[in-house]
Design a protein. Structure first.
Length: 307
């Protein structure tokens, strides 16, 4: 079974990668080339990731590690050991109800990663729905499912309009009814750094990041411009505002295990307080080193199956 067209449906199975070997490649001379914010304490980086894996397992989630899934594929496994950014496996793939979408990365240093996640999907017997190609760029951190019918896609430094159009042509009328392209500001790496759905009627948002007009795509209709936040409110979604500092500290980069139950970095006090005031069960994790790599809990998880 497969399909994860939701951010809040009960998480049953997820793909992850603990970079035990590859994190050793990142040092003070090359961390920027690897897209890390700073160099990292390597042992602690691995320990923090392992703690997240353990937490998910303790909550009943089946965690499939890339390195374990490909243990018999020696050639690919050797290449995995050269990819520290595969830690943020969400960017490489999304698994819809109709099959997986293989992403195409903006940075050359991350270029090999989608093939590795694709090999895992193939091993699981998941069919390919789309492979982003040509001039298209698309990364999974820019995909935020509003629900099973509607997908928001950020367009900025990591994903472009061509990638969004390829996705729309392959999914609209098949497994999705609507795609909303959300233009991002330069300070946004991905959409999940500015917006995240916590339940069918609740979302985290950094309003300043979402002021540009968005575009709604539906099969057989002309694209429609819209103001995203008012459009969301009209759909009955309550928006919890995240301030600029906690946005920078990955406050919106939460991964839900079930409706109103999510994992976040523990230092985002304002965001955590607001979530709990809205009845959300918040699981806090350490992540001082993981943050140096540029990602959060959402980035480190690629859902395979949500109920």
């Amino acid at each position: 079974m497969f399909g994860a067209q939701s951010e809040y449906g009960p998480l049953k199975k997820v793909m992850m990668h603990t970079p035990r070997e590859s994190i050793g490649l990142v040092d003070e001379s090359n961390y920027e080339r690897y897209l890390f914010v700073t160099p990292v304490f390597r042992r602690r980086f691995v320990e923090e990731h392992e703690q997240l894996v353990h937490l998910l397992k303790s909550e009943g989630v089946e965690v499939l590690l890339v390195e374990e899934a490909l243990e018999e594929d020696h050639d690919t496994l050797v290449r995995v050991r050269d990819q520290p950014n595969l830690t943020y496996v969400r960017d490489t793939i999304t698994i819809t109800n109709s099959g997986y979408v293989r992403m195409r990365m903006a940075s050359r240093v991350r270029g090999p990663e989608p093939e590795m996640s694709e090999r895992v999907a193939k091993k699981l017997g998941i069919p390919r729905l789309l492979r982003i190609a040509g001039g298209g760029l698309l990364e999974g951190g820019d995909l935020v499912y509003l629900n099973e019918e509607t997908l928001l896609v950020g367009a900025g430094k990591r994903s472009n309009r061509q990638g969004v159009i390829q996705l729309a042509k392959s999914t609209l009328g098949k497994c999705l009814s609507q795609i909303v392209m959300v233009p991002l500001f330069p300070w946004n790496v991905h959409l999940d750094g500015a917006f995240m759905v916590i339940d069918e009627d609740l979302a985290l948002t950094h309003p300043e990041s979402l002021k540009k007009p968005a575009t709604l795509f539906e099969k057989g209709k002309r694209p429609q411009r819209l103001r995203l936040l008012p459009w969301l409110r009209k759909r009955g979604i309550e928006l919890i505002e995240v301030n600029s500092f906690e946005r920078y500290m990955r406050g919106t980069n939460a991964v839900c295990l079930a409706p109103r139950k999510c994992v976040v970095y523990k230092w985002n006090d304002g965001t955590i307080r607001s979530l709990r005031e809205h009845g959300v069960d918040v699981l806090e994790i350490e992540g001082n080193e993981l943050l140096r790599g540029g990602g959060g809990p959402h980035c480190m998880t690629a859902p395979i199956l949500r109920a």
